[in-house]
Ligand binder design. Structure first.
Ligand SMILES: CSCCC(=O)C(=O)COP(=O)(O)O
Ligand SMILES: [Mg+2]
Length: 227
């Protein structure tokens, strides 16, 4: 019996185009000014030091870090330091109403149905927990953060590693066999399945014929009671 559902964001609850054509360009545009202005802030400094470590450049200057971070955005690198900074930069965009968090129209009705069934809802994304809360807090459909019992980012591990899903199961306090992970990326689902989770793959666009996971095209087709 499924007792909790953990969902990916990009390509699962939200269109990849929203992330790549709205969020990433906004962060890219504001990155340099943000880093120059706030580099002494404790959280910004920690993120910059994480990038220094990740890029094996412990003495990197602010300008060198800005170049590295811009390259990371362009290559869609799931860098924890970059993801932390993106979350901080996006806050202004959401608060000022420059954009709202896009959700596919089938997502909210399914979340509400599953919550009524007593199923716990969680998020696991490469985007930072702060960025996840912004997307759902300033969504097209209003503030949805109360739907979720918890959020996970790469602080628990990378999304393609089975150990990350064992860590999440332990934090949620449920057996892997009672957990369902939703994602568009079959390598993430492989890792979850290797950790003993149930999996469903969202196919929002192109087919994925290399996948071994049950596939659906939207959330209305997911019936946790039948798993
Ligand atoms: C929290 S919204 C931004 C998502 C993001 O930054 C990203 O890299 C997408 O990662 P996901 O794990 O949701 O595919
Ligand atoms: Mg995804």
């Amino acid at each position: 019996m499924i007792r909790a559902i953990v969902t990916d964001i990009e390509g699962t609850t939200s269109d990849i185009q929203f992330v790549h054509q709205v969020l990433f360009p906004y962060a890219r545009q504001h990155l340099a000014a943000y880093v120059r202005e706030y580099h002494a802030d404790e959280n910004v400094a920690a993120a910059l030091n994480a990038v220094r470590e990740e890029s094996a450049a412990p003495q990197a200057s602010l300008e060198e870090l800005i170049t590295t971070l811009t390259n990371y955005i362009d290559e869609d690198r799931k860098s924890p330091g970059l993801k932390a900074l993106q979350g901080m930069i996006w806050r202004a965009g959401y608060v000022e109403g420059q954009f709202t968090g896009y959700l596919y129209p089938d997502v909210l009705p399914a979340f509400e149905r599953w919550q009524q069934q007593g199923i716990g809802l969680y998020v696991y994304s490469s985007g930072s927990v702060a960025a996840q809360k912004l997307l759902f807090g300033y969504s097209d459909e209003g503030d949805l953060t109360s739907l979720f019992s918890g959020y996970f980012d790469t602080g628990v591990g990378a999304k393609r590693e089975a150990q990350s899903y064992r860590n999440i199961a332990e934090k949620i306090g449920l057996a892997p066999a009672s957990l369902l992970f939703l994602s568009d990326i079959h390598q993430e689902l492989d890792a979850a399945a290797d950790a003993g989770w149930h999996t469903v793959q969202l196919i929002r666009g192109e087919a994925d014929n290399a996948s071994r996971h049950h596939q659906v095209t939207d959330f209305s087709q997911i019936k946790p009671e039948s798993i």
